[in-house]
Design a protein around this ligand. Structure first.
Ligand code: ATP
Ligand code: MG
Length: 471
């Protein structure tokens, strides 16, 4: 397959090919960019494999493009610069060998084949030649193109070896599956399950990074299910793993909280890209296993799971090295996730609504988004009813906000005018009358304008003044 047409569209290609000719080095486009060109996905990260001195070569290309800032990592043989929006990276061909106690390989200079063989998945192990005699040719040593067509993640070599060398690839397999909505090969599932303990040699940051990418993908349940099925989830996020399972006693069984959670996460991912809101959806019921109780005549209850769940977050954030500035947000959403439904009742007071407004603060809309995603009933009537309940709560919120906004305002008829019209000296009475006008506005008896307020004053003033005379 020849892809010259596609790659000629990329602005820096000319500079690369002419630098390659002048310096007599071979250059290839490799990895994610090749995959994404074939998938017609847009991307800004372009990786080039250089057979020869990659650092020198990067300098030459940068010079041709008029770029002076090239970041070089001598140890890794990589060089990087930005060209507009594009991130351009040059890597020298490498050969890797692994030590069992670390996922960091021993690296030596290698050939093109060495470099392609060390790559994680067949769809990431394709290259496009940028060399004169084969310009644009796809080099696909492991049938990655066929796997792209089949939407399949597969390893070039035996997955046991691949994962043993670098266990992070287990996470990467599931991450690519979720991002691209691909299947993973049966052999990967088997190897992942068997090798899962090896993930313990991988740094938490790397694992969390891949986990968050899964959450940020279009349908996170694809990755979460793979993590669960291979029991990798038990290692990287046991609290979520433990949500699975159904208990039954007498005629009562509760729903499988893990399966429910997957639906909630997918639901919310259709309406938000905010990965921390998605994370909150993932953990909103996290304390259900600990709070589960069977109550005779009622069934299963999970009292206090929202509070306990919120309290579990601090440890989890520490352990998983999640960004601490998101902790409060996630805690808040877990803590409040049952509140809106409780406030949907007809007779709820303004002060209960006001408490929600104050506690949720600027995250109220996100809370409602979570609540809506939390509806996983298969009964359309129920779904409609629940959604209507949230509408009703938001309507009340708006009403209370409107009232409170007014409360901050003053009566359109000011104190001096009240004193003049009622012939009063500055006194408590003036305040009472003013308050009465304000209350009438808040209660919706009169409109919030000067004429209505003045008219209302004329109507009530005698009552207030008469009152005074009696005393
Ligand atoms: P993304 O779009 O997420 O950046 P990518 O394919 O570019 O996807 P990177 O992590 O940026 O992924 O890595 C670039 C390339 O390097 C991959 O396509 C793959 O060929 C190779 N690679 C990266 N990490 C590994 C690894 N842990 N093991 C083997 N090969 C890897
Ligand atoms: Mg990349």
């Amino acid at each position: 397959m020849n892809l010259s047409e596609e790659i000629n569209k990329i602005p820096i290609i000319k500079a690369i090919t002419s630098a390659a000719e002048e310096n007599h080095v071979e250059v290839f486009m490799v990895g994610g960019i090749v995959r994404d060109i074939l998938l017609k996905r847009n991307r800004n990260d372009l990786d080039f494999l250089v057979i020869g001195n990659s650092l020198e070569f990067a300098e030459k290309v940068a010079k041709k493009l008029g770029i002076s800032k090239v970041t070089k990592y001598k140890n890794f043989g990589t060089a990087h610069f930005k060209y507009g929006e594009l991130n351009i990276e040059f890597v020298g061909a490498r050969k890797e060998s692994y030590n069992r106690n670390s996922r960091k390989p021993v690296v030596e200079n290698g050939t093109f084949e060495d470099d392609i063989r060390r790559r994680d998945f067949t769809i990431n192990a394709m290259a496009i030649s940028l060399n004169k005699n084969s310009f644009g040719e796809l080099i696909d040593s492991f049938n990655g193109y066929q796997d792209l067509l089949n939407k399949l993640i597969r390893t070039p070599l035996d997955p046991f070896q691949t994962f043993d060398d670098d266990p992070l690839r287990i996470m990467r397999a599931f991450r690519f599956a979720a991002q691209l909505e691909f299947d993973v090969d049966e052999s990967i599932l088997k190897a992942a399950k068997e090798m899962k303990e090896r993930l313990r040699i991988v740094s938490q940051e790397r694992i969390t990074d891949e986990f968050i990418k899964i959450l940020a993908s279009p349908k996170p349940s694809i990755g979460l299910k793979l993590l669960f099925d291979t029991e990798v989830l038990e290692i990287i996020f046991p609290e979520i793993h433990n949500l699975a399972g159904v208990d039954q006693r007498q005629d009562y069984h509760h729903k499988d909280v893990f399966l429910h959670t997957l639906i909630v996460v997918d639901n919310i991912s259709q309406v938000t890209d905010n990965v921390w809101l998605r994370f909150a959806a993932l953990v909103h019921d996290i304390a259900k296993p600990q709070t589960k109780k069977f109550v005779e005549g009622i069934g299963w209850t999970f009292h206090g799971h929202e509070e306990l769940g919120a309290r579990m977050m601090k440890n989890i954030f520490h352990r998983m090295k999640l960004p601490m500035n998101k902790l409060e947000y996630v805690e808040k959403l877990i803590r409040l996730h049952l509140r809106p439904i409780a406030l949907a009742k007809e007779e709820v007071t303004d002060s209960a609504i006001r408490r929600l407004i104050v506690q949720a603060g600027e995250d109220l809309q996100d809370l409602i988004t979570l609540c809506r995603a939390d509806i996983t009933s298969k009964n359309p009537q129920k779904v409609e009813k629940y959604l209507a309940n949230y509408e009703a709560v938001m309507k009340k919120v708006l009403e209370v906000r409107e009232k409170d906004k007014l409360r901050a305002f003053q009566s359109p008829v000011r104190g001096e005018e009240i004193m003049r019209i009622c012939n009063l000296k500055p006194s408590k009475k003036v305040g009472e009358i003013k308050k009465a006008i304000e209350e009438a506005i808040l209660d919706g008896i009169i409109e919030n304008n000067y004429e209505a307020a003045l008219e209302y004053l004329m109507r009530i003033k005698d009552d207030y003044l008469k009152d005074d005379e009696k005393k």
